[in-house]
Design a protein around this ligand. Sequence first.
Ligand code: ADP
Ligand code: ZN
Ligand code: ZN
Length: 660
Amino acid sequence: MPVLRVALDLPLHRLFDYVAESATPADVGRRVRVPFGRGEKLGVIVDVADASDWPVDQLKAAGEILDDLPPLPRDFFGLCEFASTYYQAAFGEVVMQALPAGLKRLDPPDRRNGRAAKLPAALPPPELTGEQAVAVAAVDPAAGFAAHLLHGVTGSGKTEVYLRLIAKTLAAGRQVLLLVPEINLTPQLEGRVRARFPDCGVVSLHSELAEAARERNWRAAFSGEASIVLGTRLAIFTPLPRLGLIVVDEEHDASFKQQDGMRYSARDVAVFRANQLKIPVVLGSATPSLESWANAQTKRYRMLTLRERANPEATLPTVKLLDTRRMVLTEGVSAPLVAAIQARLERGEQSLVFLNRRGYAPVLACPACGWVSRCKRCAANLVLHLADRRLRCHHCGFEHHIPKACPTCGNQDIHPFGRGTQRLETWLHEQFPEARILRVDRDSVKSRKQWEAVLERIHGGEADILVGTQMLAKGHDFPKLTLVGVLGADSALFAADWRAPERLFAQLMQVAGRAGRAELKGEVLIQTQYPDHPLFASLVAHDYPGFAAGQLQEREQAGFPPYAFQAMLRAEAPEMADAIVFLKAAAALPVIGEHDSVLIYDPVPMKMARLANLERGQLLAESHSRPALQAFLPRWREAIESLKAPSRLRWHIEVDPLEF
Ligand code: ADP
Ligand code: ZN
Ligand code: ZN
């Protein structure tokens, strides 16, 4: 009697065996209904065997084997196997998270047929610059695996390079997977891809698609009907029968890292997958992650460089520092920045004031007794939102009305402390009553439709001053924008997190890159009290390589990644003591003694120690050898699974953590 070995969506590191009379090896990769506990589950057949480790007469019979879809291919299981091993995630969970919800249902809805929308005639491509031509020629879809780092300054035409590489790959009859950080923020990119390849079946895959659309697009990708798949991190697991090229745009972006469930880096999985399939992968950025930069320096990745802006009329903006120690600020804004905005208004050009903090003020405070608005559930302040008169926690969503008086001492004179985009917007209205001011952050722009409307207003010249967070920093072309003012950058300069400078530099470089994208020269004014900080010197010189070299040197001296490999064990529980006791037990497991090249630190509370009523602790495991860490982790995980823990304690292991 054939035995089915089935992957189920459970946090258990094993497969489940069932008998199925009529099953054949051709069913490997098909979905199957199986009895489980008192109910039923949908799983994926990983193997059809002659025997089981369990007594066969005790195995339950599988239910229906679904054949509405061709079987999932072998390379898909290879990819899931890698992710499961590398990230310490259960294989069944990895397999099932790769499928769209519609294919995991026991009660499938009607499968309406639909096709990806097709657009008007293809646009004629521009003539490549010399640097672009070199980059395009360097990537050969037929030459096997190679990882390329495309380092191009903002506006250097990286997208055009992707489009040419896509064309090459399609011409060879293969599919392309183009990963982007957040699809909602890049409707322009999607538009450009569709316009260039109107007949090739372009589908998008991301979490905000409705279930039916996601399933439809996934099927088109899996069947090979769609030649171009544009997706966010989750798309990296889509089985694609003819995949010939993977592109990761803005490869440094933190949203390629999944922060719950299986905590994977889609960029790193992309490199593994390209290697598995013997195809090229291109990682593109103006500010690559230091991990990728180091890989290019050591020649594990091939470096492709675009130093100049593609449009010959456009030059990189001039970056100037405004030393605010010698200036009087009004609502946080200096006189030279006000004058610069005024000059743009007079010339009919656009300005952008960047402040990466939404809300009116980060906290409400009582000067009489020292009370501040804190979240009851988190180790965080409640942010003041005057627009809808709420205090709101940006971490757990907790909300409260604004009190009329101090809840502690009754003082009626309570004040907002610090400033966010709403407050800046209000003040700019007073300062420039004639100007049309548009605030762009996650409070004012919540959906893709709103975002498209905002972009249309900006492009149509219907806004003079933009006030916004990092939403505005990414990848947009605003031809009339000639001034970027930056406020509040100093707080990240001396953050305890050693990755903070890397993030700040990338963010400032990206937002500065919005200025002067067309014929009009751009200017960037950064307010700071630390104009001598080396980060700013690199920024003024548009010198990412210099910045990266300095950072890598510091990291090497300190023994931080990419010169060390890390995994984090995290535990959360209603009481911090429970989390710490558990982590201490994990730090004392005998298996650790058998792996002397792995260092285990002391358990500590996380930087945000309390989130949504749970206290959170963490324990760092580190090694100078990735294979040594990888050999240790499964044995450690198994030993941790056997520890006794309070029933409300949850734990997970995160490999290559980005946040501490
Ligand atoms: P990046 O992604 O590197 O920031 P983009 O690909 O968005 O840059 O290109 C910036 C601008 O330059 C776009 O308006 C694009 O249409 C234009 N562009 C790209 N390549 C060329 C080229 N070879 N000749 C002229 N313009 C180009
Ligand atoms: Zn008070
Ligand atoms: Zn909260």
